[in-house]
Design a protein around this ligand. Sequence first.
Ligand code: HEM
Length: 507
Amino acid sequence: MHEFDRYGDVRAALADPALVPEPPTADGGQAGTSVAWLRATVARFSSGESHRRRRALVEAELAGLEPVTLRRAVAAGPEEEVRVRVVRTLAEALGMPEPGAVAEAVTVVAGVYFGGADAAADEAVARLVAQLVPERADEASLEAAANRIGLLVQACAATAALVEAAADSDVPLARVLREVPPVRTMRRVAARATQVAGREIAEGDVVLLDLATANRVHPVPLTFGAPPRVCPGRVHALALADGLLQRPLTAFARLHHQATPLVLPNAWDYASAAALAAQGFQAIGTTSLGVAAAVGLPDGAAATVEETLALARRLGRGSFLFTVDAEGGFSDDPEEVAELARRLYDAGAAGINLEDSRPDSTLAPVALHAAKIAAVKAAVPALFVNARTDTYWLGHQEEETAARLAIYEQAGADGVFVPGLSDPDGIAALTSTLVVPLNILYTPTGPTLADLAALGVRRVSLGSLLYRRALAAAVAAATAVRDDRPTDLTSLCYTEVQALGTSDGAP
Ligand code: HEM
């Protein structure tokens, strides 16, 4: 047997079409009556064209399941063994009758799915098939039924293993997934001779891929596999695990787990924040450019710690949720950043943004930024840390972005932010590997809000856009009046602005 445990080698093996899952083709026996038939008919153990067709069946089933709904449903479900809760919730969401009986049968099948067989599991397969398709069903219906059962079996043990590894601790889920991957090894067999990392693999040779070891040396884990077989149930697994673990989420954190992304407009003073909150925005951000420019200081130069705290104290008197853009934390000492976070939290902030670019336009060492995130989470666990990387703005590669974000979420970030990223493929590549919500900066040239939602983005910030627009509007109005040009001077009236300061309980 060939064993691979180096990250690059495992990746190469997973991508090699000559290496297929075991058993490549098993004798399935009579259709719909055995585990052997199930294995021979599901995407998980298929390759080539039949894998593509069967995987499409699974993806179509999963596309109809909203992760937010799964999360809620599994949390509200009866107290049972975790594996049963996972399968019952999925079966219910798929509209299957008697989800309890389905869950019982699926857990029996799961026990022998990756090897072995027993009469009870064969019987369970037959029961599940009988429920899903009428007698003498055609081949296509049987194949669809097998892949629905396969999906439930796949979900069962892996999700339960994740929940078990993460239970009773507050270790970030992203770290658990990397350090204790629920699927630790995968086996392949060579359908024809091939080479991996310079090693000759003969036809029929078995290959063992050690994900757990490979994960240790690379920040972006292989926990959910890799294309063309990357786990299609990844977001569903994360939602189910969240619902089962029931880690307490603050009101602000919950806004990142809604069916549509949180749109976060950024304010620069009390009135702009209160005016936006009055329009029904669920939370308000601040813009460090607006805060710095308003007092004649440069942004991103760690020069506005007092102004930032003063604004937080003012916003804290309002009744809206807000999060503070705190540049890089105004210090390179993680403990000082944690102290600032404590003061922002005491002022009423629900979140903090911490960026990894420095005043000299270089990126901070990744370990330093991760240490700031970890220090803040240790000091103020309830403060939502949005870890921002400025890789795009500073012209770095996609790979650097993915690696930094993976390290930040493993350090405890509650969300991650990549301003300057607008390429849909780049966004999709990140949302397909991240565990925590991705925040993108809105750009008027697109993608649209609907596009961002479809790409899996959970928070969309407006950054300094509103401040720059307000300044532009003020300048345009003043110059039009001075130059006696007609212009649109529609604005809030005096009493409306006055009311902003009182309706929210502010001074
Ligand atoms: C923490 C939980 C989970 C982990 C770690 C996980 C991991 C994986 C991995 C590593 C693979 C690739 C196997 C290979 O390449 O040989 C895979 C495949 C698969 N997973 Fe998951 N999985 C999880 C949960 C789920 C859930 C909840 C579902 C369904 C709702 C699901 C459905 C599938 C299916 C259908 C496949 C086969 C895909 C194919 O062969 O094309 N998984 N999973």
